[in-house]
Structures are given as structure tokens and as C-alpha cells.
Design a binder for this molecule. Structure first.
Ligand code: UTP
Length: 289
């Protein structure tokens, strides 16, 4: 089994980041010098993915524009001798083969992924949520792909969260297979305390076999009246093998203000142009607080 394709669902309404996201897609918010979605595409490319489908909606055409060429701008950069800017603008457009499909109604994450059926065909594919950014040595989705290929299985990315926090996530029932890899046999979305299987929560990265599409197609709306990916994954792990990978790296939910700011600060500290300056700025600020 070889994973060559990825799907990035990015058709959510972004209501947690309003008013900024009223006209700017949350995936296009700048984090240091790049939009959020570029970090996610770079992660997929670093893991060997060649073809990427972004699930968008009518308010998100800024994403297609961003990954396109812009000849007028590029000519101006050439004339001005702005080589670095030119390279970066072109690099974004040439990162991968990027395709788009619209989710015509905002019917939930499971429905958004189902829109990828024609693009994916019968192949296994990776899913990277459009607002979950990872900071890691090895691309997180690559860690999942390795396990999925080794076990010829679907894979979900997990980490342990506190028992208080698990009620916001999907709690997984797991059996150990090897260091950092488990068999996933059941799951529950946003569990009440008595429903918790474990404090392993699914966090934004998946490798799925194409059997998920038949399941999603026949799912009834679940929590919030939406077609929930978790309901589909639950059925998938009961029908076919699914592993859970306790991935190495830090995940940021950039779809909420705190997660966005934490990611912005950590990536700015890593960045060659801003790292030294920001470290000093934070130290000076801390002294004044
Ligand atoms: P979220 O729940 O984090 O995104 O969905 P949202 O719906 O934009 O969030 P808020 O609560 O209104 O702020 C997780 C992922 O699923 C996508 C989102 O774009 C995000 O990447 N999604 C969600 C869709 O593509 N379509 C949907 O109908 C719902």
C-alpha cells in the first residue's frame, strides 16, 4: 500500500475566529510570513504526497488564488530585484499538484471528506485538517503513513490529553501493538466522563482506506446535525484494521484564538528573520509585566 494523495478539508465556517474570518478564510490567516494552509501543505509534501485536494466553499477562493501564478506581481519583483520574494511566491505555487472541490453545503467534516471520493478513487489517502498545524522533526502525517503502510491499515494520529480535556475530543479505545502504535477498536466523540475509553485523543491527521466513502455516504447526521467523521471512523475501525499513532510533535488548533497565537509565537521563534528579535522582545515584555 502506498499513500500518494491527501485531502485537506477547509470548508468550515471558522466561527471561532470571527470577525477576522468573515471575509478571510481562517486557512489564509498569516502565521509569521505564510498562510496557515501552506504549513499543512508543506507537511504533506515533506511526507511524499504528490496530489492534494482542498475541499473549499464559495467564500474561500483566496486559497486557489494563493497557489496560482501571479505574472504581474512576479514581473514587478524581477524588475525590483526582489529575488527572495520572487522565489517564495513561486515556491508556494509550485509546492504540489493542488486540486479543489467545493462542499456546496456546510454539512460537517464527514461530508467534506466524502466530497473527495472521485479524487481519491480506490487508493488509501491522507487527511490533514485545514486548521490543525503541526510542528515536528518528522512530518506528522509521514509518521502515520509509515504505520498505515506497515500494518496495511487505516491510521489516526493521537496524543494523550488530560482527562478533563478529553470531553472536547474523540476518545479512543486502544490495544498496544508496539512503541507509540496501537490497535484502535472503538471511539467516542466528546465523551461524558463515564464514556471515556482512554485519554488518547484523535488530533487532526488520518490515513484512510477508501472503504470510508461507502460508510460516509450512508451515515445519518450525528452531533450538531452534521455528518461526523468520527461516526464514520468508528464504523471503519469495527470493519477493518485501524491503528493509532502516538505521533511525535506539537499540534496547534489554529481555528481558535489561543491556538493561533501559540503557533504564531512558536513559529516566529523558529524563524531566522524574527527568532532572535522576538526572544528579546518577550524577555523585555516579561520584565514589564
Ligand atoms: P472545525 O469544527 O474545526 O471548523 O472543523 P469550523 O467548522 O470552521 O469551526 P468553527 O467552530 O466554526 O470555528 C474541522 C475541520 O473540518 C473542516 C474545517 O474547515 C476544519 O478543517 N470542515 C468542517 C469542513 O470542511 N466542512 C464542514 O462542513 C465542517
Amino acid at each position: 500500500m502506498k499513500v500518494r494523495k491527501a485531502v485537506i478539508p477547509a470548508a468550515g465556517l471558522g466561527t471561532r475566529m470571527l470577525p477576522a474570518t468573515k471575509t478571510v478564510p481562517k486557512e489564509m490567516l498569516p502565521m509569521v510570513d505564510k498562510p496557515v494552509i501552506q504549513y499543512i501543505i508543506e507537511e504533506a509534501v515533506a511526507a511524499g504526497i504528490e496530489d492534494i485536494l482542498i475541499v473549499t466553499n464559495r467564500a474561500k477562493s483566496a486559497m486557489d488564488d494563493y497557489f496560482d501564478y501571479y505574472p504581474e506581481l512576479e514581473t514587478r519583483l524581477v524588475q525590483a530585484g526582489k529575488d527572495h520574494e520572487l522565489t517564495e511566491v513561486r515556491r508556494a505555487a509550485d509546492l504540489a499538484n493542488i486540486f479543489y472541490v467545493r462542499q456546496k453545503e456546510t454539512k460537517g467534516l464527514g461530508h467534506a471528506i466524502w466530497r473527495a471520493k472521485r479524487f481519491v478513487g480506490d487508493e488509501p489517502f491522507a487527511v490533514l485538517l485545514g486548521d490543525d498545524v503541526m510542528r515536528s522533526k518528522e512530518p506528522v502525517v509521514g509518521q502515520l503513513i509509515q504505520a498505515a503502510e506497515k500494518y496495511d491499515a487505516s491510521a489516526v494520529g493521537v496524543q494523550q490529553v488530560s482527562l478533563e480535556a478529553i470531553s472536547k475530543y474523540c476518545s479512543l479505545k486502544v490495544e498496544p501493538l508496539e512503541d507509540r502504535v496501537f490497535l484502535a477498536t472503538d471511539m467516542v466523540e466528546k465523551p461524558r466522563p463515564e464514556q471515556v475509553f482512554s485519554n488518547y485523543a484523535i488530533l487532526g491527521r488520518y490515513v484512510l482506506k477508501s472503504g470510508i466513502f461507502d460508510i460516509l455516504e450512508h451515515l445519518e447526521p450525528g452531533f450538531g446535525g452534521e455528518i461526523q467523521l468520527t461516526d464514520g471512523l468508528r464504523r471503519l475501525c469495527q470493519k477493518e484494521k485501524m491503528v493509532a499513532v502516538d505521533f511525535e510533535g506539537r499540534r496547534y488548533d489554529t481555528g481558535n484564538l489561543r491556538g493561533f497565537m501559540e503557533a504564531s509565537i512558536d513559529f516566529a521563534l523558529d524563524h531566522p528573520e524574527t527568532g532572535t528579535w522576538l526572544r528579546q522582545f518577550i524577555k523585555d515584555k516579561a520584565g514589564q509585566l
